[in-house]
Design a protein around this ligand. Sequence first.
Ligand code: ATP
Length: 301
Amino acid sequence: MTHDLTVRAPAKINLHLGVGRVRDDGFHPLDTVYQALSIYDDLSVGSAAEVRLSISVADYIDRAGVPDGEDNLVSRAVAAMARHHGRELPVDLVLDKSIPLAGGMAGGSADAAAALLAVDRWHDLRTSDDALLALAAGLGSDVPFSLVGGTARGVGRGEVVVPVEDTGAWWWVAVPSTEGLSTPTVYRHFDTMRPDAPEVPASAEPLLEALASGEPVRLARALHNDLQEPAIDLRPELGDLIVRGEAEGALRGIVSGSGPTVVFLCDSADGATATGRALAGAGHDVVLTATGPVAGVHVVS
Ligand code: ATP
């Protein structure tokens, strides 16, 4: 079947992830700065009599880890749009995944955002931006950012997203793990390790200042992730990987979100290529070079 419309969805990393003490409702207050990176999932749309979803994945992704049918965030996004508009929205969807799975790069959230945009365009629904953002927040805390893209500050549970100025063109190397790490597990471990965590999460202000300077060395110093310690405690090899990448020329390595993907900020495109090659040579089978910030979910054809 030919598909006439493709929506591209970027991976995200957190340049700053300040996590506050868990609230009574089970959520953690966040102060975070997201950046969208040039690692993408593509969602293609064609006509169908009902909602259909087929999935293909890059060779480094375990297809078995991606849920089919109604459990997939793409299907949940289509169902949310159908409820919002009070009508059925039949589509044939083909999801092609390259964002590492369960890797702290919000691939599922990106796919949900892509599905909202894809269905809106396909059925010419003209959903308002505010309604799209509200639907996105209902699907997951990282989904609104996937719509917005670029570099943005997220507060609340991360779902209240405000774009921030970022004129830099930053170069990254991302090293996924073969085995995922579940986000709730890492948060639970954070609660155990940091019972004294402040109610108000660590502010993103220092990171924003470093970002505005445009200097990679300053940005490297300001990167911050409160989930890094619990992620490394659960998976000590991530700490070794960070040390290795920094020894291979990266300015700074940091766990991406809840991990286990580790991202390295490099000083240039050449620097990223060199660090990526060195890590690949050191036995890391999958090493992705990326730039950021890039646009949020967008139509490519
Ligand atoms: P986050 O950083 O938002 O916590 P993540 O990058 O750690 O997410 P994802 O790849 O988004 O992890 O997947 C988390 C889980 O969501 C998967 O293990 C899978 O069970 C489920 N899931 C549902 N829909 C999708 C999808 N379209 N792609 C990937 N995972 C999906």
